[in-house]
Design a protein around this ligand. Structure first.
Ligand SMILES: Nc1ncnc2c1ncn2[C@@H]1O[C@H](COP(=O)(O)OP(=O)(O)OP(=O)(O)O)[C@@H](O)[C@H]1O
Length: 338
């Protein structure tokens, strides 16, 4: 069940310790970290003619929250799929604490301590909430033929799995719903359910793909608290998120992807100063200096540009278009597509 990395073996880092870890890390794509747990080298994945992922080198710092951002189609989900065994790369290697994870199934990757959640939650709606969480346990003895000959061992394992699932449901405040069908949960509760299921293997690294998407604002703060609590337990968290306020609130370090590659890395408070990041988000639609306030939010003409881009993208999507095709045409005066 639990991976080889147990909770006891993990050492939570204080906010000061995390800050000082990154104090001397340069804002360079692929930069080395003081104590990396995941290390990615030369990982690429092509769909047809499109290079969805092309990551030369990436290190993820242990015990910290790394935010992974980038425009739609940047390759974030594909990278998650590759690193967790849900997809196979064309090239590349990656490892956790020196142990190669390439060519492993998702189940094997989870046993080595790396789990992920999905952008669209994968709850099985016709199973109870408790059973959905129980399904997160890997390598149950009951799965093995030999153990059908030793039902006592299997039953003890069953009890252990149920106990852990109940503990996790309590942690995520879903215990009152344990016997309800997962299909009856709200979007936000399903996200919590997925996190609970992912934690069944007691992972060292948790990769969350847009954990806030589709979550109502009332649950957002509690979800953020839960993600921070993973770090407080000494886990390493990598999460994809589009909301910059969320990124700034909880990330210790931010990795920016565009067109499959890592184009920038930085502490969250320095993101707005990074030209590569601004370019990736606003494309070539700026012929004036971009302006941001002290919190990194766009102001004045820059805010209008960002709003116009968002609107143009929404219209492209509404019309059935693909945002990876081309940059939308923006008429800044009308703030709409032309
Ligand atoms: N199975 C697939 N077949 C073909 N193309 C794919 C497939 N999966 C992803 N792609 C393409 O690869 C590129 C990267 O997609 P990916 O979903 O990884 O981006 P993303 O950064 O996660 O985007 P988003 O923020 O919109 O979720 C996109 O152009 C996408 O259309």
């Amino acid at each position: 069940m639990p991976s080889s990395q147990t909770v006891a073996a993990r050492k939570p880092l204080s906010a000061d310790a995390r800050r000082s870890l990154f104090a001397d890390v340069a804002n360079t794509p692929g930069v080395a970290k003081p104590d990396p747990t995941l290390v990615v080298d030369g990982v690429s994945r092509t769909f047809g003619g499109l290079k969805a992922v092309d990551v030369a080198h990436l290190e993820i710092q242990r015990g910290c929250i790394t935010g992974l951002i980038g425009p739609n189609g940047a390759g974030k989900t594909t990278l998650f799929n590759l690193l967790t065994g849900f997809d196979r790369p064309d090239t590349g290697t990656w490892s956790m604490d020196g142990k190669s994870l390439g060519r492993m199934t998702p189940h094997q990757v989870a046993r080595h301590g790396v789990v992920r959640t999905f952008q669209l939650t994968k709850a099985l709606s016709k199973l109870t909430v408790l059973d959905n969480v129980r399904l997160g346990a890997t390598g149950q003895k009951g799965e093995r033929i030999l153990n059908t000959l030793m039902p006592w061992s299997w039953k003890a394992q069953e009890r252990e799995v149920t106990e852990r699932a109940n503990d996790l449901l309590a942690r995520f405040k879903l215990d009152a719903k344990r016997d309800d069908l997962a299909g009856s949960l709200s979007g936000g509760q399903r996200k919590l359910l997925e996190m609970a299921r992912a934690l069944m293997t007691d992972p060292a690294v948790v990769m969350l793909d847009e954990p806030m998407a589709g979550v109502n604002p009332a649950l957002t703060q509690s979800l953020l608290g839960h993600i921070k609590s993973l770090r407080d337990d000494g886990m390493t968290v990598v999460f994809v998120e589009h909301d910059m306020d969320v990124i700034r609130d909880i990330s210790d370090w931010v990795v920016v992807m565009a067109q499959g590659s890592v184009i920038a890395e930085s502490a969250p408070e320095n993101l707005a100063d990074n030209e590569a990041v601004v370019d990736a988000y606003l494309g070539s639609h700026h012929d004036q200096a971009l302006e941001f306030d002290e919190n990194g939010n766009p102001v004045g003409a820059t805010a209008e540009l960002a709003e116009a881009l968002e609107q143009a993208e929404a219209e492209t999507l509404e019309a059935g278009g693909d945002l990876s095709d081309a940059e939308p045409e923006i008429d800044l005066d009308r703030k709409t597509t032309s």
